[in-house]
Design a protein around this ligand. Structure first.
Ligand code: CAO
Length: 415
């Protein structure tokens, strides 16, 4: 049995943030019924297409294990079907622009009236406040949540990260909110509203940067390399380049082949606990007892030079050799892996983190499986549904319509 077996999700999500949430719930065993606009579907089906007239990877990689129903709740037939679906589902998830669900005629009060046990979960760009009626995409969230102002190099412009912390990050937050509300419903018997603003999700992930903002009032941030380089701090958390976010100095260093391979680099953390090992490894054993190098405090203003010396060593090896040499000595390092390397890594295939999926229209493609592994609820990754693939099946088995009623719903354009 899967952990969320028996939980039925009315999935009104689209694009990335909401679909990542319902995909996780589907992997844990929930029955996710994705509602899509008749004839159109989730806009991502047609975005960034690599193969003409076939669901894009954008869509297929965000909508595994779901069933698709085309339904327009704004039509007469559609309203009735949608109302029945609200009655029959445990959770409703949406990430439309502000007010869209209300304009469909289904504000939270009405949803509660139809099904008091319903958990109604939504993602918006902002929480209540001056921007709550704004539409938001990933990078808007990264910029308004503090990620962009603190990412990039000191001398450069604010930078967004490739990790989709606004969309997929908020989807994760929402999924936790939903399972928490389901747990509470076990005691209370009642549903509730779960809301995640993308800005809030990013701020949560940027927690350490708000920490640093407050530390600034009490002096410079010693672990930022700008401190060691004698560059004064202003009154806002600065961009820290590739500095480590924690108390151990770290940076990205070149490895053999960096001149031609854009990913021939390694992240190297000069952890204090293994300083002696680092010195021995790079041929600088004399630094271990040198009072100018022996403690983290005296090393701080020399980190640029120290890393340059370590880099002379890393440049003699490829990034995997650096890791092989450092790991037995407990020196934390990470090779910079390209997406090509990740997609070809056998151990990630073995764990189901990278999976190969068969799709009837596009053939085989790679996807990311469930990154959360439950020993008693393993995730099988199933292909995404075609548009409206399960409409009739769900109208019959969940909504309870007869053959004639299904035909009438089609005739009216509601499905
Ligand atoms: N049948 C009929 N109409 C439907 C429908 C269906 N099955 N599903 C959706 N619609 C309609 C809605 O009723 C709404 O119409 P109105 O605005 O006229 O009431 C419209 O489609 C959806 O509007 P939208 O604002 O959600 O869509 P958009 O493409 O204009 O904006 C986005 C997209 C993502 C900016 C917006 O949805 C948003 O801000 N969402 C919240 C934040 C979020 O999740 N952002 C992450 C997106 S991923 O990068």
């Amino acid at each position: 049995m899967k952990a969320l077996e028996g939980v039925r999700i009315l999935d009104m999500t689209h694009v990335q943030s909401g679909p990542t949430c319902t995909q996780l719930l589907a992997w844990f065993g929930a029955d996710v019924i994705k509602i899509e606009r008749p004839g159109v579907g989730d806009i991502t089906r047609g975005q960034l297409r690599d193969i003409p007239d076939v669901d894009s990877l954008y869509f297929t990689m965000l909508n595994h294990n779901k069933r698709s129903v085309t339904l327009n709740p704004k039509t007469e037939h559609g309203t009735k079907i949608f109302t029945k679906l609200i009655e029959e589902c445990d959770v409703m998830v949406e990430n439309f622009g502000p007010g869209a669900i209300d304009r469909m005629g289904f504000p939270w009060e009405k949803i509660q009236e139809i099904n008091p046990r319903m958990i109604y979960a939504s993602i918006k760009g902002f929480g209540p406040g001056p921007y709550d009626d704004c539409k938001v995409y990933e990078n808007v969230a990264q910029c308004t949540g503090g990620a962009a102002s603190t990412t990039g190099f000191l001398e450069g412009v604010p930078t967004v990260t490739g990790a989709q912390i606004g969309d997929s990050g908020t989807g994760l937050h929402l999924a936790l909110g939903i399972v928490t509300a389901l747990y509470q419903r076990e005691q209370s018997g009642k549903g509730q509203r779960v809301e995640c603003a993308m800005q809030d999700g990013i701020i949560n992930l940027c927690r350490v940067k708000l920490r640093d903002q407050q530390r600034l009032a009490h002096g410079p941030l010693n672990e930022y390399s700008q401190h060691g380089e004698g560059i004064p701090f202003g009154d806002v958390t600065p961009r820290a380049g590739n500095d480590s976010g924690g108390g151990q100095p770290g940076t990205i260093l070149k490895c053999k082949g960096w001149e031609t391979d854009s990913n021939a680099f390694v992240y190297f953390i000069a952890q204090a606990a293994v300083w002696g090992n680092i010195c021995d490894l790079i041929g600088k054993s004399e630094w271990k007892d040198d009072p100018e190098y022996a403690t983290p405090a005296v090393r701080l203003n020399k980190m640029k030079d120290i890393f340059a010396t370590i880099e002379e060593w890393t440049m003699t090896l490829d990034k995997f050799e650096v890791m092989q040499r450092c790991n037995p000595l407990n020196i934390p390092v990470g090779p910079i892996l390209s997406m090509k390397e990740i997609s070809e890594e056998p151990s990630l295939r073995d764990t189901g983190t990278i999976v190969e999926i068969e799709h009837p229209e596009r053939g085989n493609y790679l996807s990311v499986g469930n990154p959360i592994k439950l020993s008693a609820s393993p995730s099988d990754v199933m292909r995404s549904p075609l548009l409206g693939e399960h409409t009739d099946e769900i109208l019959k088995s969940v909504v309870g319509l007869s053959g004639e009623e299904i035909a009438a719903a089609h005739e009216s354009g509601a499905v």
